[in-house]
Design a protein around this ligand. Structure first.
Ligand code: NAD
Length: 512
């Protein structure tokens, strides 16, 4: 029953329009374009925000540089203490922040809350990590010499995020980057600035309470042009960019031209292989959730099912029945399975993909379409649909960010794996089977070529403990758990001579 106005108030988001912020300090010296933010849930205007202008940008960079000079010398476990406090503050604000994520982005309330939980989890992970930024020690080939490696912070980490995970992606990067001794500048999606403002306010409060420099956490609002500025800016020591493959290619070219560092987390075209030895109940749940969850707007959404010919017809019939039971509507209502797409442009992309699929010979066994009526007044609600298709069709080779599922048929597993790998993207993949040989082949060097390969769970919904990311056009970056932290630091190899001689490496003799 809580109104969105109440939620915004509880998250300390005022009607006043912001452009950029370092800590609690808002810059609005030369406001750029004003952009209205609409909810895809009901089409209502939630607020307007300014984009940062050039002076705002320069001020943010200056604050971040200054903050880094301090932060890099703070012991890592103390940096972890800041992240621990942030995680606790997120626990306190979970319900309001989750609600705002759901309302601004359109995902279900459960998924909005889940996204905030993911932020809390990565904070916990980063706190532990702050005592474990281990380097190796090596045996020198020279007597009375010691070799070791150390990991030092990079500097300013820029974070460009996509609309579909409006807050979690920031935390995956920022929590790790901070314990590693970096400062962060976040450019959220222009489609979801309010959740970002809410997070920045929470982080800023904790910095202020700890008398820490404001520039440790900065926010800069704007569209692709601000993202391009970050990509071209040598002050940005690492740019972690999440979004479409088109964006990633542009960022890679700009960062590459200045020989900078980047982490790219881009689009996917994820498939589940369903073998005759699968538990079909489990396969059905995994496939339906993967394809329609978040209205097909996850980078890990299931876009293709590669089904063995012996079970194809049976599984297709069960899918059609399951799709018939889906409830589409307001994502804040827990009874609904599928919420809206982010905006009307996304609806157009969905309709165009359906038309292209039909033109290429696709056969829709569950038809799509845009929903009309009072409950769907935003114009962003679409029907999840299913088409029988061929892997080589152009539309199947692309990621359409909407709930369109393609059914592909196979007769032997090597053919299924070739199909699974036979797309430009390489993010997430799965096999449904109870056969050990099939599962292990899928995970082997001649199996899936994706960054994520699962057995008996679907393609979507990763845990923060593992390194997250994909291959090929999915970008090649890794974020979050495992040793992904190493990308946020620079490695330094040290050789220390504690003898009174100066022997050279490789036995070289040099005397004067
Ligand atoms: P998008 O590429 O349109 O925008 C993403 C972000 O990049 C936004 O902040 C945008 O302003 C910025 N941007 C766009 N063009 C840019 C450029 N040339 N230079 C610098 N910045 C630029 O993507 P979207 O529609 O917000 O999100 C959906 C896409 O993101 C899908 O392709 C999805 O698969 C992908 N995604 C990937 C992951 C992952 O971890 N692999 C996670 C979430 C989303």
């Amino acid at each position: 029953s809580q109104t969105i106005a109440d939620t915004l108030q509880k998250l300390n988001i005022s009607a006043e329009n912001q452009a950029a912020s370092s800590g609690q300090n808002w810059f609005s010296t030369d406001k750029g374009a004003l952009r209205d933010v609409f909810s895809p849930v009901d089409g209502a205007k939630i607020a307007s925000v300014y984009a940062a202008g050039p002076a705002d940008y320069d001020a943010i960079i200056a604050q971040a540089k200054e903050a880094f000079l301090y932060w890099r010398n703070v012991p890592a476990p103390q940096r972890g203490n800041f992240v621990r406090k942030l995680g606790n503050a997120l626990r306190k604000h979970k319900s309001d922040l989750g609600r705002l994520v759901s309302y601004e982005m359109g995902k279900s309330l459960q998924e909005g809350l889940g996204e905030v939980q993911e932020m809390i989890d990565i904070c916990d992970f980063a706190v532990g990590l702050s005592r474990q930024l281990y380097g190796l020690s090596m045996h020198s080939e020279r007597a009375q010499h010691r070799m070791m490696e150390q990991w030092h912070p990079l500097g300013i980490v820029g974070i460009i995020s996509a609309f579909n995970f409006p807050v979690a992606v920031w935390s995956w990067n920022a929590a790790i980057a901070w314990v590693c001794g970096n400062v962060c500048i976040w450019k959220p999606s222009e489609k979801t600035p309010l959740t970002a403002i809410a997070c920045q306010k929470i982080a800023a409060q904790i910095l202020a309470e700890g008398n820490l420099p404001e520039g440790i956490s900065s926010l800069i609002l704007g569209d692709a042009s601000i993202g391009k500025q970050l990509a071209n800016d040598p002050n940005i020591n690492l740019l972690s960019a999440t979004g479409s493959t088109k964006m990633g290619k542009s960022v890679a070219a700009a960062v590459g031209a200045r020989l900078g560092k980047h982490i790219l987390e881009l689009g996917g075209n994820n498939a589940i292989i369903i073998t005759p030895e699968a538990d079909l109940n489990l396969a059905l749940m995994g496939a339906v959730f993967g394809a329609v969850g978040t209205a097909g707007q996850r980078c890990t959404s299931t876009r293709r099912l590669i089904i063995h010919e012996d079970i194809y017809e049976e599984f297709k019939a069960r899918l059609i029945k399951a799709y018939g039971q889906l409830k589409i509507g307001n994502p804040l209502n827990a009874e609904n399975h599928v919420g809206p797409l982010i905006d009307k442009d996304a609806v157009q992309n969905y309709l165009q993909a359906i038309a292209r699929c039909k033109a290429e010979g696709g056969n829709f066994v569950v038809e799509g379409g845009v929903l009309e009526g009072a409950e769907y007044a935003s114009g962003c609600y679409v029907k999840p649909c299913i088409a029988e298709a061929k892997n080589e069709m152009c539309v199947v080779q692309e990621e359409t960010f909407a709930p369109i599922l393609y059914l592909l048929k196979y007769s032997d597993l090597s053919e299924a794996i070739a199909m699974q790998n036979g797309v430009p993207q390489g993010l997430s993949s799965a096999i449904m089977t109870n056969n050990l040989r099939e599962a292990e082949l899928f995970l082997s060097a001649s199996g899936s070529d994706c960054g994520i390969a699962n057995v008996n769970i679907g393609t979507s919904g990763a845990e923060i403990g593992g390194a997250f990311g994909g291959e090929k056009e999915s970008g090649g970056g890794r974020e979050s758990g495992s040793d992904a932290w190493k990308a946020y630091m620079r490695r330094q190899t040290n050789t220390i001579n504690y003898s009174s001689d100066l022997p050279l490496a490789q036995g070289i003799v040099f005397s004067v």
